[in-house]
Write a protein that binds this ligand. Structure first.
Ligand code: URA
Length: 197
């Protein structure tokens, strides 16, 4: 059966995409994670969070004792935002709105207890709230006994090493909440984010 999401033409991003980068992972996951939008690598491979930001994302998962197989991973916008096919750009507000029903479909279908968002776009699309009111790493109640937790986008960390200790505090807060929620986390020992250059 064809997935209507893969045929989506609700916004202009359909014109330049190679494919729709749909959500993936464990369809019964307790934890869902939401990024912003695919870039060139994701558009090519069909997988979320590749490249430099993807390396940091994987380190975050490892730090939390989670993996791509235990969570559900999706993006707020599912087609690569680009004007010329060469450069990625941030998604425009109408593109985020057009894609929101797919995000909400995932939330309904996967039915996670905790939804972790990366960056402003994912937070605002999921919650309808404003990024400026966010406390990173802290649980925020959603409808239907769900919780949202905001984190900064991994791409923000790439050139900001000075921010990493603060990011680790956000992750520690999230890890404590996940334990409280009974999400089994098996934190990997070892230095955080050391593999990323
Ligand atoms: N790749 C994704 O899939 N999402 C992002 O937010 C960034 C890179």
């Amino acid at each position: 059966m064809t997935d209507p999401q893969r045929e989506c033409r609700r916004c202009r991003l359909a014109d330049r995409r190679t494919q729709v980068v749909v959500g993936r992972g464990n369809p019964q996951a307790t934890v869902m994670m939401v990024g912003e939008a695919p870039g060139r690598d994701e558009d090519r491979t069909g997988y979320g969070f590749q490249g430099a930001a993807g390396k940091i994302f994987d380190q975050v998962l490892e730090y939390l004792g989670l993996s791509r197989d235990t969570i559900w991973l999706a993006n707020a916008v599912r087609c690569r935002p680009t004007d010329d096919g060469r450069k990625n750009r941030p998604p425009l507000p109408d593109e985020v709105i057009a894609c929101r029903p797919w995000l909400m479909d995932d939330v309904r279908t996967v039915n996670p207890q905790v939804i972790v968002t990366f960056g402003r776009t994912a937070w605002e699309s999921l919650t309808g709230g404003s990024w400026k009111d966010v406390t990173a790493g802290a649980p925020f109640p959603l409808a239907e006994s769900r919780w949202a937790v905001a984190l900064y986008h991994p791409a923000y960390l790439i050139y900001r090493r000075a921010f990493w200790p603060q990011y680790r505090d956000h992750l520690d807060r999230l890890a404590a909440f996940l334990r409280e929620m009974g999400v089994s986390t098996d934190p990997a020992s070892g230095p955080f984010l050391t593999m990323v250059r």
